[in-house]
Write a protein of this length. Structure first.
Length: 283
C-alpha cells in the first residue's frame, strides 16, 4: 500500500458533519480504511471492512452499525443507504461521501460496490460457549483459505448453528475476502479464537460430543451420533487434523471418496457434515 497511516493520531481534524464530498486519497479516514486490507492494521484498530449494500444491510439488521460509512456521492437518496447513514451517525460514526475513484482505491477493485462500511471486530471467549445453550459449533484447525472460511461461515448460518471456533494459526475471519464470501453471515454468528491447548482444555468441560473428520476413520459420516450439543471439528486443508486433536474427538468420521480424488474441499466437507447434523435434529 502506497499510503501510510498512523492509527494513533486524532481523526477529529477530518470530521465531516456536513457530508462534504471527499475527493482526496490523503484524507486520514480514507487512508485508515484502505489500510484495513492488511491484517496488522485490522489487529491494530480492531476494525474490519464490509463491502456492498447487501452485507452492510445484513449487519444493520443484526444490530451492527458501521464506525465509518463510505458511499458514492449521490446515492444517499437510496432508502437502504439512508438507513445506514442514520445508523452510523446515531452510533457516533462518520459518514463519508466520496467520488467513484476513491471507492476504487478503498476497495482495491476496478468495479467496486457503492457502499463500504468499517465495523468493530467481535469475538466470544471459550468460557462463554460453555456457559451458553449450545446446539452446534464448527471448530477449524489452521484453516488457510479466506474463501473457504467465509463459505463455511455462510453455511453455519444456513443451518442456524451457533458459531465457529478458530484454532491456532487460522486465516483472519475479518479479512475482506472472508467477509465477502460470507455474504454477511459473519454478522449472524459468534466467533471464538483459541490455541489448540486452550481447545483441549475447553473440550474437557464441554458436555457434548466433538465429531472430527479424518481419512483414517472407518466410520461413515451418516453413522455418527449427531445429537446436540456437538462440535464439528475440521482439519487444515492440506494436513487434516493433527493427532492431538484427533485423539480429543469423541467420534471420528469420514466421507466416501468413490472417484479418483482423495479429498474434498474443506468448505464442501464442512457443509456436508453440517447438513447431516441438521438432518438428525427434531423438526
Amino acid at each position: 500500500m502506497n499510503d501510510t497511516v498512523s492509527h494513533t493520531q486524532n481523526y477529529d481534524q477530518n470530521y465531516n458533519p456536513d457530508r462534504v464530498v471527499i475527493t482526496s486519497s490523503s484524507n486520514q479516514d480514507i487512508k485508515r480504511l484502505r489500510s484495513l486490507h492488511e491484517r496488522k492494521y485490522r489487529k491494530q484498530t480492531g476494525w474490519f471492512l464490509a463491502e456492498g449494500l447487501r452485507i452492510c444491510t445484513e449487519a444493520l439488521q443484526q444490530g451492527f452499525a458501521p464506525q465509518r460509512l463510505l458511499y458514492e456521492d449521490g446515492r444517499e437518496t437510496d432508502p437502504l443507504i439512508a438507513n445506514l447513514i442514520i445508523a452510523c451517525e446515531q452510533a457516533g460514526g462518520r459518514v463519508l461521501p466520496v467520488t467513484r475513484s476513491l471507492l476504487v482505491k478503498v476497495s482495491n477493485k476496478d468495479n467496486p460496490q457503492t457502499v463500504i462500511g468499517a465495523y468493530q471486530q467481535f469475538t466470544t471467549p471459550l468460557s462463554d460457549i460453555l456457559a451458553s445453550d449450545v446446539t452446534c459449533w464448527v471448530a477449524l484447525d489452521r484453516i488457510r483459505d479466506p474463501g473457504n472460511l467465509g463459505t463455511i461461515i455462510r453455511t453455519i448460518d444456513a443451518v442456524a448453528a451457533d458459531g465457529i471456533i478458530l484454532i491456532d494459526d487460522c486465516t483472519d475471519p475479518f479479512s475482506v475476502e472472508s467477509v465477502r464470501a460470507s455474504m454477511g453471515a459473519i454478522f449472524t454468528l459468534k466467533i471464538s479464537v483459541c490455541s489448540s491447548d486452550e481447545f483441549l482444555i475447553f473440550k474437557q468441560n464441554f458436555s457434548g460430543d466433538v465429531i472430527g473428520t479424518a481419512l483414517q476413520s472407518s466410520s461413515d459420516y451418516k453413522q455418527a451420533n449427531w445429537r446436540s450439543p456437538c462440535i464439528i471439528l475440521m482439519g487444515n486443508e492440506q494436513a487434516g487434523l493433527p493427532a492431538t486433536l484427533r485423539n480429543a474427538c469423541d467420534q471420528l468420521i469420514s466421507m466416501p471418496m468413490l472417484g479418483r480424488s482423495d479429498s474434498l474441499n474443506l468448505s464442501v466437507a464442512t457443509g456436508i457434515a453440517l447438513y447431516e447434523y441438521l438432518r438428525h435434529q427434531p423438526s
